[in-house]
Write a protein that binds this ligand. Structure first.
Ligand SMILES: NC(=O)C1=CN([C@@H]2O[C@H](COP(=O)(O)OP(=O)(O)OC[C@H]3O[C@@H](n4cnc5c(N)ncnc54)[C@H](O)[C@@H]3O)[C@@H](O)[C@H]2O)C=CC1
Ligand SMILES: O=C(CO)COP(=O)(O)O
Length: 378
């Protein structure tokens, strides 16, 4: 058992920077978290642990924006700040004492050097609007979202949406990271891509600093320079996982599920080639945690696979299943599946993505699942 002095020293963290980072940075960075869902809270826990442990790099206290709601007549922010637990979105996981729930998003964003943005992607636009006018000219962000943004102008990656809307330089974190496992400190890997901003000068945040913010003994970080590949695989695997759930729910075996995953991986890679030519590194899809590893874990134990499985068993609309099964959480494959189909139709490329098309037709156009093998036959 440590002495009181030793324990206090542990709680304070090590004030002395290790030689590897000593005097590399020009200040201590203030970190804010935007989003407090299942993954939002799990990642906030990670960064708060590192801010506590590395006072030579980061300010100790981390504010996390919580969209206010009530649970049993108590505000969720009060619950998190009193009990150090997000009982709604990440129950039974104790959060660090230096993580504070804050209902006013501007109080989190204003003055933050590093923002971790982490929410279901359908809300990204409106959440960015709430931060409009804040000066982010010397701040950076990491997007932990998995999704794409499709509009009449085409398809955009989410870190680009952040950059455009807020003038906030943004990298990505994406990997094989089921939140409940990471939050329980079960070993996982992740991929981070953080290109330097145009205004970078020696001493500003770089990918090493970002690694320091996210690396934990149970959360290993692979640094990559492929923002595009990491983003696309994270977004599209959610639709593939929905498809894997469909074949599971139909009572087909592991071979069928593997076939969906194989074809899914091909279509993820093709999506990058077709819509972001020359921007993704092909190896990302097969060698990084953000690639095939995320596809595998999501098709095994994610929320999208659960929703797909329940659809095949009950035929209920996806949104109804999502409400019944996920207690306020989101299965992003539902929305991404629609966005992908909108894009493929607008660009007349449906035939090049038969799996994504078949999944859409099964869940929205009453295509019977027995047609799936023929639809994706090479
Ligand atoms: N949960 C997981 O295991 C993982 C999720 N991701 C990705 O992380 C991102 C965030 O997901 P989660 O944190 O799991 O969210 P979640 O699926 O738990 O969604 C709940 C969150 O959405 C918020 N929300 C609901 N309505 C809103 C509105 N109108 N405006 C703004 N926020 C609203 C809620 O306040 C809550 O914080 C997603 O893109 C997801 O694909 C990535 C890796 C793992
Ligand atoms: O992205 C995830 C795992 O890496 C989580 O997937 P689900 O959203 O399907 O739970």
């Amino acid at each position: 058992m440590p002495t009181p002095q030793e324990r206090l020293a542990q709680l304070r963290g090590n004030e002395d920077a290790p030689a590897s980072v000593a005097s590399k940075y020009n200040k201590r960075f203030r970190v804010g978290v935007i989003g407090s869902g299942n993954w939002g809270t799990a990642v906030a826990k990670i960064v708060a642990e590192n801010c506590l442990e590395k006072p030579y790099l980061f300010h100790r206290d981390v504010k996390m924006w919580v969209r206010e709601e009530e649970v049993s007549d108590m505000k969720l922010t009060d619950i998190i700040n009193s009990y150090h637990e997000n009982v709604k979105y990440l129950p039974e996981v104790t959060l660090p004492f230096n993580l504070f729930a804050e209902p006013d998003i501007r109080k989190v964003a204003d003055g933050a050097d590093l923002l971790v943005i982490n929410l279901p992607h359908q809300f990204l636009g409106s959440v960015c609007d709430q931060m409009k006018g804040i000066d982010f000219s010397k701040s950076s962000a990491i997007s932990c979202l998995k999704g794409i943004n499709v509009s009449a102008d085409g398809v955009e990656l989410l870190h680009d949406v952040v950059e455009k809307k807020l003038g906030l330089h943004c990298g990505v974190l994406s990997g094989a990271n089921i939140a409940s496992e990471v939050a329980r400190e079960r070993w996982s890997e992740t991929t981070i891509a953080f290109p330097l901003p145009s205004w970078y000068q020696q001493g500003d945040a770089d990918d090493n600093l970002i690694k320091e913010l996210f690396y934990r003994p149970y959360f290993h970080v692979q640094v990559s320079d492929d923002v595009c590949g990491a983003s696309i695989s994270g977004a599209l695997k959610n639709v593939v996982a929905l498809g894997a759930g469909l074949v599971e729910g139909a009572g087909w075996g592991d071979n069928a599920k593997a076939a969906v995953m194989r074809r899914g991986l091909l279509e993820v890679i093709m999506f990058g080639n077709v819509f972001f030519p020359g921007k993704c590194r092909p190896e990302t899809f097969t060698t990084e945690s953000a690639g095939v590893a995320d596809l595998i874990t999501s098709c095994a134990g994610g929320r999208n696979v659960k929703v797909g499985r329940a659809f095949a068993r009950t035929g209920k609309p996806l949104e109804v299943i999502e409400k019944e099964l996920l207690n306020g959480q989101s299965a992003q494959g539902i929305i991404t599946g629609r966005e992908v189909m909108e894009l493929l139709t607008a660009t007349k490329k449906e035939d090049e993505f038969p799996l994504l098309g078949a999944i859409y037709d099964i869940v929205h156009n009453k295509l019977h699942i027995s047609n799936l093998p023929e639809r994706i036959a090479d």
